[in-house]
Design a binder for this molecule. Structure first.
Ligand code: MLT
Length: 430
């Protein structure tokens, strides 16, 4: 017999089915709770709510484990490429040589964006945030790809996915060029995914950027590490939008907006701003940590702690190693990396952080690496979006393959009680 959970409320007892995940994760299925008991479950901020069943990414936050389709992130970081990881996340298996060849070929084939789309960049002021532009442009892309909106066959899905992943780097680099008033650079078909993006970011007319192998490898790793992360805010947003039957472009554009927030993808910007402030104002790190711990202070240690990880975020360890390697090869030392490492040291030797299980997360070192690669701060979250895109697409696909059920949470109403409409002349002034 299937295991059941027992709930006693108001003198009645109810039985609720227990759901087992593949890795020992367990849930109580409350779908029918309201129907049978009149109660809903309330979990503001979704601290303990499983919103779906998913076969894409597994996290064990206590142990600090992250796997894409069962493969540990450490192995993918060492052995895979971003293009291969995209396939793995979307299709569930590592590609064969032939599948990878065709998949990469699609990225090259679709790297250009429609000339009409370039004109949209003229409509944004140079002060426009690249995340606003990215989201708008992904949505605009759907206007140029109407045949891909319905996605009636696996082949159309594959083309739409490859187009989106390929073109996001072209859009991202073009939005950067537009923001600094330099001519947009077209992609080069012989370059790999990451080199091509760096070329579009940093080449200028008559001066081609020569991709530096260390920078290319660093970008590759950053994209892999960000490629998916279970039901994070932006992926949940993509699933929510997809559940209404919205197309892949609209759903991923919504994902970009969710990622933009400083509590989600914008956090690496906040980390670099914090490190810069510590450096410029020569702040004593012990003092800073003391203030962070002060109950009356609003100061936060950015890049520390994670909703799911109660251990070192496995991506942060890889990022730290990458930061050391990449920055170690540079002629000038980056004082922000030194500050980040000292800050981590001070925090992790303080019982306050250890007892609360607050460890560095993926954002703690990523900004320092992106800075070293010459990526401007306002593009940090755009790079995160480029990395997260395959995860969003994999989630979009999973929602659609399951025969989309509309995601529609309930609420506990806390507003005023029923009352009559008052005509404007009879209303009392405030
Ligand atoms: C992410 O990678 O999306 C972040 O770590 C946030 C999260 O998982 O909630």
């Amino acid at each position: 017999m299937l295991e059941q959970a027992t709930l006693s409320v108001g003198g009645d007892t109810y039985h609720l089915p227990v759901v087992d995940g593949a890795e020992g994760d367990r849930a109580i299925n409350v779908t029918k709770l309201r129907e049978t008991t009149g109660f809903i479950t309330l979990d503001e901020g979704y601290y303990n709510t499983g919103s779906c069943r998913s076969a894409i990414t597994f996290i064990d936050g206590d142990q600090g484990i992250l796997r894409y389709r069962g493969i540990p992130i450490e192995q993918l970081a060492r052995k895979s490429t971003f293009v291969e990881t995209c396939w793995l996340l979307i299709y569930g298996e590592l590609p064969t040589r032939e599948q990878l060849r065709c998949w990469s070929g699609l990225f090259t084939k679709y790297e250009m964006i429609h000339e009409g789309l370039y004109k949209h960049f003229d409509g944004f002021p140079s002060t426009g945030h690249p995340m606003a532009i990215l989201s708008a442009m992904i949505n605009a892309m759907s206007c140029y790809e109407p045949s891909l909106i319905e996605m009636e066959s696996p082949a159309t899905f594959q083309i739409a996915a490859a187009r989106l992943i390929s073109k996001i780097r072209t859009i991202a680099a073009a939005s950067y060029k537009a923001s600094i008033g330099l001519p947009i650079v077209y992609p080069k078909p012989h370059l790999d995914y990451c080199s091509n993006f760096l070329h579009m970011m940093f080449s200028i007319p008559f001066r081609d950027y020569e991709p530096d192998p260390d920078t290319v490898a660093a970008l590759q790793l950053i994209l892999i590490l960000h490629a998916d992360h279970e039901q994070n805010c932006s992926s949940s947003t993509v699933r929510m939008v997809a559940s209404s039957g919205a197309n892949m472009f609209a759903s991923c554009a919504a994902g970009v907006c969710a990622l933009w927030g400083p509590l989600h993808g914008g956090a690496n910007v906040a980390v670099v701003e914090m490190l810069q402030h510590l450096h410029d104002d020569n702040v004593d790190l012990n003092d800073y940590i003391r203030q962070v711990k002060d109950k009356n202070s609003t100061l936060r240690l950015m890049g520390f702690g994670h909703r799911v990880y109660k251990n070192y975020d496995p991506r942060a360890s890889i990022m730290k190693e990458l930061a050391d390697n990449l920055l170690g090869k540079m002629r000038e030392r980056d004082p922000l990396l030194e500050i980040a490492k000292r800050l981590e040291d001070v925090a992790l030797n303080d019982p306050y952080f250890v007892e609360r299980r607050l460890y560095p997360n993926v954002d703690f070192y990523s900004g320092v690496i992106l800075r070293a690669m010459g990526i401007p701060v306002n593009m940090f979250t755009v790079i995160f979006a480029m990395g997260r895109l395959p995860g969003w697409i994999a989630n979009w696909r999973e929602v659609n393959e399951g025969g989309a059920t509309l995601y529609r949470p309930r609420q506990i109403y806390t507003g005023g009680l029923a009352r009559d409409y008052v005509p404007i002349d009879e209303r009392k002034s405030a």
